[in-house]
Design a protein around this ligand. Sequence first.
Ligand code: NAP
Length: 283
Amino acid sequence: MTQRIGIIGHPLHHSLSPLFQQAALDALEIDATFASWPTPPEEFAETVEGLRADDCMGCCITLPHKEVALELVDELDPAAEEIGAINTIVNDGGRLKGYNTDAPGFLRGLREAAGFEPQGRAVLVLGAGGAARAIVFALREAGVSRLTIANRTEERAQALAKDLTRGRFRPDAMSLDVDRLANAAPYADLIVNATSMGMSGGSAMLETPVPPELISGSALCYDAVYAPPMTPFLQAGEDAGARIAGGLSMLIYQGAEGFKLWTGREAPVEVMFDAIPEAMREG
Ligand code: NAP
């Protein structure tokens, strides 16, 4: 029986997941299809129930369902529980288990695609939404020495810092304004944009969260946004003489983690990268 996997979100116009996941399934000759399952919030619970079917391996979850999904599965991976969001569901014989693969996906992208080892480094994370929560968790597990979270809504940055505090890992929290950023951005070895600023089609598509004059030339600027490949934040990093890396690696590696969870097979990541249209790639 051909198996089904899909991505659930709303809207889902530009998802690249069906493209690179299907290429990976085909490359390993796995009899499964990966589809786009656009689902508005009022239909989400019913769609998740449908994942229990015999011919369904599970799904990816994207905006706006990542937090609600947490309540609908039977079991949660402990990391996903702490992050407070899931982006992957596995159907294990009718029982649904939720995972967050954004965290390991980000870390693998940072290490393998951007060549950056976060252990012992000072990091500034911009944003406090779902992506930022996974990224702060990943950076904590990787042993960063210092972490600051800056967000437009300062209370959300404070809540995230509090939620993920553990032992000596105590993130600072601040608002995303230039005066405050001046105390953190120039001293960061790594700056991660986990806001939706710069995202294609978004209301702040032409804006960078940090201006170039606050970025150190020795820093790495990593943008979780992957469309467009060159964002205003990455442009600011380049203008400052810093190294830059876009979010395509995080997208592919979070998908590779999901692939392994659904199929039990190591994902062919080169096939996945090759499936991305040239215009969507960096550099
Ligand atoms: P989310 O939960 O909706 O959070 C959005 C974040 O962006 C919040 O911190 C929000 O601040 C901030 N924000 C939105 N508009 C802003 C503006 N005009 N000015 C300043 N801050 C603004 O979304 P998410 O899931 O975290 O996703 C964030 C971005 O990461 C998206 O662009 C998404 O595509 C990308 N992402 C990429 C990957 C990947 O695999 N590469 C994975 C996940 C997400 P407030 O708290 O003040 O609203």
